[in-house]
Write a protein that binds this ligand. Sequence first.
Ligand code: ADP
Ligand code: MG
Length: 361
Amino acid sequence: MARIVLSNLAHSYLPNPVGEDDYALKTIDLTWEDGGAYALLGASGCGKSTLLNIISGLMRPSRGKVLFDGRDVTDAPTTERNIAQVFQFPVVYDTMTVRDNLAFPLRNRGMDAAYIRDRVQKIAGMIDMADQLGRKARGLTADEKQKISLGRGMVREDVNAILFDEPLTVIDPHLKWELRTQLKQLHRQFGHTMIYVTHDQTEALTFADRVVVMHDGRVVQLGTPEELFERPAHTFVGYFIGSPGMNVLDARVEGRIAHVAGHAVPLAAAYANLTGRVQIGIRPEYVRFDGSAGVPATVKRIEDVGRHRIVRADIAGTAVNAVLPEGTDVPSPGDRMVFAPEQIGVYADDWRVAPVDRETV
Ligand code: ADP
Ligand code: MG
C-alpha cells in the first residue's frame, strides 16, 4: 500500500496548450493517505477519469509529479505501480471462464495454485458468482461481466491502491447497493487505499470516509461528508452536495452584516472588505420563516417529502429553498426568511472566505 501524492499536476490533451481552458486538469496538489477510502466526486467531464488514469499510469501528466511513498513514479509504467483499476464498462476475457478471469491477475504475479483457488473462491462469493465459476464469460450479461471486472480489481491483496472509475454504471440498482457495501467491507478488512469515482453524491457519501470534490479540472474540496455539508469550501460543493443544494445569494458584506436584496442579514462573525463577486451560502436545513424578522421571500411551492417539507421560494429573483422538519408550521403569507447566522458561509468569487474574528465561528 502507498501514500499517493500529486504535486503541481496539470494535464492537457492538446499538443501545445496555451491558456487555462486548454487544460483538462488545472493545477492539482493532493495527498491520498495510505489506507483511505476516498470518493472522487464531480460532474461528467470535470476530469475524474483523467486524474485516475494519471495515478494508475495509463497517462503521463503534462506537468507535475506523481509520488508513491515519496518515490517519483511519474514515468513508471502501470505494471510497476501495482495498482488495480476497475473501469466503467466490463473488461473481461470472453473466451475464459469466470474462474480464469478472476485468477488472471494472481497467475500473472506467479502466486501458488492453492492460494489462487482459495482467493478466487472468496472473491466469487463477494460478487455473488460462486456457482458460475465454470462458465465462459462470453454469454454472461453486462451486469455479470462487470461483477467479474470488480472481482478482478479486488482479487490481489498486494496492491498499492484500487481505483474504481464509476464501476456500478451498468449494474442493476438493487445490486448496486449490495456491491457498494461489499467494497466498503473489503476496505475495512484489508485497508487498501481505495479511490472510487462517481458523479453520484449518495454513492460518494455512503462509500467514502473522505470525499474529493472536483469541478472544472480542479479539486475544490477534500473533506469528510460532514465537512462538505457543513462548510463547503466552494459554492459548487454547496450546490452539488445536499438535496436541495445550498442556497447562494448575492450580497454585500460589511463587518458582521450581509446585505441581501436591500435587507440586513446578521452574520456570526465579522469579515474584512471583500473583492470580487460576494455571496452568502446557507443550507436549506438552516432556513426558517418568521412573521416579522428576516428577508421578504415569495413562496412558490411546498413539497411534502416524507419526514420533511421543502419550501421553494424566491428572494428578489433568486431561488431559495428551505427544508422544514416534520411538525413545523408551513409559512404564512408575508412571512420572511431567516438564516441561522452561525450556518452562513461567505463566498468571494465562489471560494469560502474566513471571517476576521475566527474564534467566534
Ligand atoms: P470525467 O471522467 O470527470 O467525466 P474526463 O477526465 O473523462 O472527465 O474528461 C475531462 C475533460 O477532458 C473533458 O473535457 C473531456 O472532453 C476531455 N477528454 C477526456 N479524454 C480525452 C481525450 N482522450 N482527448 C481529448 N480530450 C479528452
Ligand atoms: Mg469518467
